[in-house]
Ligand binder design. Structure first.
Ligand SMILES: [Zn+2]
Length: 424
């Protein structure tokens, strides 16, 4: 059964779009009739001044242009959130764990682990925060309570770098029963995993993610401009009417309140969204960005494979994982002797970032911003093209990695030092 806050979120999400529509209709009425027509273009008899048609028409034109832009970005955002939210399909059934128990597991252990697994599954369904912590920290228990599921791993081990658990397997969603591509989170409101999920947004009634974050930024930015314009116009003419008649127009007074409130809110949202985009973080990743430690599986290049021999003087200090995985967990001894089919080995080093490092930070705020808003200035302002980060052209990783990963590779000896490369 859904927790009350989830139900409230969903109910609010359904109520807000019609509420916003009512606010726009009312604001349009207040600016058009009481202000532009009754006060400026055809002043009512109670106002002691002549016609100011030019001012009235100019305000109407600017107002409706801004309104059109706001509605266009809102509809683009709603459309993306509804039809292309970046949801990952759920797997129908969990893997048959019992068949994959390690041979040394006793019946009692199996029962205890099943109970633990059920508990984890319920926990993940009901609390996004739990999911958030376990992922951003990458301190997901690499314990055996996560089912030994070998399905769908090809899309990970054919890449060069991916986010993993401490045991080298990708992060796993025990509710959807599948491995999660980098930066994917389980959203409890829609009860599905979402690629690069940012947050569940009641203003658009859905999940803001990699496909819609750009349109979300554009929507809050243009709404902020619209609110600032309404606030300035309503405040100026309310002061003027007060000087002329000694009273105030109630519609303009409500306009000041609404545009001030929404203006402040959208100003805050615009600033925080742009800041996140410049850091290349999502709202979820930002929760513990100062302490987050990411565990990454980084491919060991072929020319270094011979150095992985524990007897070699180059023996690495990091753990490794070899894909494809065996169909079931092996005892430590069997694991050492396990040889995947010839020619199909993909060996990855398991490395960790320092606390607070973001491997997706491309090294400059501008480059990070381009990943969300686009490479051309026109893309930054027009809500048409998808974010570059949502268009998968790079087969080496799910998302582009930055200098942190280059440093990890260098320190682990997986990359040629710059000096050596320059000499060649
Ligand atoms: Zn999930």
């Amino acid at each position: 059964m859904a927790r009350p806050d989830r139900r409230i979120n969903l109910a609010v999400a359904r109520a807000i779009p019609p509420f916003l529509l009512c606010v726009f209709i009312y604001a349009s009425y207040a600016v058009t009739k009481p202000l532009c027509i009754d006060y400026l273009i055809h002043p009512l008899s109670k106002y002691d001044h002549g016609r100011r048609t030019g001012a009235g028409v100019a305000i109407l034109v600017i107002y409706y242009i801004l309104l059109l832009i706001v509605l266009t970005t809102y509809l683009r955002l709603l459309h993306t959130v509804t039809w292309n939210a970046g949801l990952l399909p759920r797997k129908a059934t969990p893997p048959a764990d019992d068949a994959h128990e390690p041979p040394h597991s006793s019946g009692r252990h199996r029962r205890r682990r099943r109970r633990h697994r059920r508990h984890r599954s319920a926990e993940k369904t009901n609390t996004l925060d739990r999911d958030v912590e376990s992922e951003a920290d990458s301190t997901v228990d690499g314990d055996t309570t996560i089912p030994w599921d070998t399905n769908g791993l090809e899309s990970f081990y054919t890449k060069d770098v991916f986010v993993c658990q401490p045991d080298g397997r990708p992060l796993y969603c025990s509710t959807c029963c599948h491995y999660k591509p980098d930066r994917t989170h389980h959203c409890r409101e829609v009860d599905q995993c979402v690629r690069k999920m940012d947050h569940f947004c009641p203003w658009v009634g859905g999940v803001v993610s990699e496909t819609s974050f750009k349109f979300f930024i554009q929507f809050v930015f243009y709404t902020m401009l619209y609110c600032i314009f309404c606030l300035i116009v309503c405040a100026l003419f309310t002061a003027e009417i007060e000087r002329e008649t000694g009273g105030a127009n109630p519609h303009l007074a409500v306009g000041i309140g609404l545009s001030g409130l929404f203006g402040l809110f959208t100003f805050g949202m615009t600033l925080s969204s742009l800041q996140l985009a410049m850091l290349n973080l999502t709202t979820i990743e930002n929760i513990n960005r100062r302490s987050a430690v990411w565990t990454l599986a980084i491919r060991v290049p072929n020319h270094l494979l011979s150095r992985l021999n524990p007897d070699s003087r180059w023996a690495p200090t990091f753990n490794t994982i070899t894909y494809p995985l065996p169909p079931m967990p092996l005892t430590p001894e069997a694991q050492r002797n396990y040889q995947p089919p010839a020619g199909e080995q993909h060996i990855f080093a398991i490395l960790q970032t320092l606390p607070g490092e973001n491997p997706f930070d491309l090294g400059s705020p501008f480059r990070n911003l381009q990943q969300v808003l686009g490479y051309k200035v026109i893309d930054w302002f027009v809500p048409l093209k998808q974010s570059p980060c949502a268009v998968r052209t790079d087969s080496d990783s799910f998302f582009e990695f930055g200098p942190v990963v280059s440093r990890l590779k260098r320190e682990a000896g997986l990359e040629k030092p710059a000096l050596e490369e320059a000499r060649q």
